[in-house]
Design a protein around this ligand. Sequence first.
Ligand SMILES: [Zn+2]
Length: 354
Amino acid sequence: MQGLDELLKTNAVYDKLLRVLNSKGSIPHAFLLYGSDEAALTALAELTAKSIMCGCGACNTCLKVDKKVHTDVMYYPKGDKAFLVEDALEVTDSMYTLPYEGGKKVYILNFGANANQQSQNKLLKSLEEPARDVVFIITSTNIASVLATIKSRTTKFAVAAFERNALKKFVTVNFASTNAELISEVSGGKVTNAIKYATDSGFEARLKLVFGLLTELTHSSKMIGYLEQLNKEKSRFGEVLELFSAVVGGAINSPSSKGWMSSDSEDRRGSQTESLQNIHPATPWHPSNLEGNYRAQYSSILSAFGLLGLSQLVKLTTEVQERIVRNSNFNATLDYFLLKILEVRFNANFSSIG
Ligand SMILES: [Zn+2]
């Protein structure tokens, strides 16, 4: 993907990796890259493999690594499967054959969110007694699922969130999206989300729905319309919640919120909420101008719910996500979700009037 290497270079983890890869001594035989951003982990693992093989970025070797056709760079598991015992066994068995093209042999092992213990234990021996010239690059989206015995035999690198501007540039370069700013805003610093949103034809509609829940759901009489819309998104309700949480987070971190937080007394907060409402009247929704007016939307969301209310909405999102995971009745969960939003909004208005 165009500009992905450029984007990775803006992450603090890149400099750390570079220092290790360029150090005078021999490079570690096992890397563990971890974080919740799967696309970034995969890309970083490939960039690391390329650096180990050569790193110039222009030669035949580098191009082969880029195209995933280098015979000495191997990927496990194959396809979309989880990392299984047979993968670990194949790694152990093939480890001792010499590199085809000379130089190093690199195994990129994607543990995903939950590689099972048995397969990790099978791999352990290879990490303890690695063959000469073999380098392991393990990626994990859930460091808690990686065995301590594996962790202790690897050099660990955490992938931090990406800067919003760097993500925006990446989205602009790669996708014909008119929402680069907005996508970078709601992606939570994750390349995975930025790619998902930029390639999702339903993104704008879902986002409009989320902004609607936070700006237009002001009375229980409006619930029925939103229940219908959310029901249509049933199969992708997880993504609706993810966006909801991102927009609430955006409102909490919006510039007007920072000014508000810096005030010291409760009374002052109350009066500032009112003045915020005066400065930022509720902005009418223009779907065609999503990109332009979301900051104004943040302001009206902030003044409607207040910081306390927004923090309650963050908790509500987690709670609803848990209900979905537990397979609770979907319609009852939707009812609960909308009623809670109304309740939080009502309480925020009540306390700012009183
Ligand atoms: Zn090269």
